[in-house]
Design a protein around this ligand. Sequence first.
Ligand code: G3P
Length: 218
Amino acid sequence: MKFFVDTADIAEIRDLADAGLLDGVTTNPSLVAKAGRDFTEILHDICAVVDGPVSAEVTATDAAGMIAEGEKLAQVAPNIAVKVPLTIDGLKACRHLTGNGIMVNVTLCFSPVQALMAGKAGATFVSPFVGRLDDISQDGMALIEDIRQIFDNYDAIGTEILVASVRNPTHVLRAALIGADVCTIPPSTLRQLVKHPLTDIGLQNFLADWAKTGQKIG
Ligand code: G3P
């Protein structure tokens, strides 16, 4: 499963990319607003650090506007994936942009049939928002199970499932068990994945016992 980081914070992206953990990046208008910088500059900085797909979301709501914005965003770098919302206009824009060789990430997906529509529109990725479904007492990961089953029924659907709105390591675990293609993870949650108290305790005990030997390596 590919790991994307869900942020527009270039310092976080550089740090995690240095650890070799990143297969891509997703941004959205809220994350860009949080970064407080020029959108195009953010995208240039990210694409200079990460070779994998970098999602950049349009803000137009009509197909023609989405296409125009998407073509501008795609000019930033070849690894830009244009993000469009899961609406009829978004699907029209998706069909047009992918038809011209531009990667498209169809976002704000909350149902299996929405994901099926994105697959039929030729989306490169579809982003089901699991955390926001959990927030209203639905099981967001059940949506991923349904989409996985649907997409696996049809060879013609080449869309990758990009699990989004991830809030905790359990979302990542279940996404991997289900066989999602990508998980886009907030930086803090990505760092949480490596943590376990028994690892910390075990390392401390190894080092304490080693110190007793009085030896040094090298
Ligand atoms: O990429 C989509 C993601 O940023 C949404 O996450 O936590 O705002 O639901 P969240």
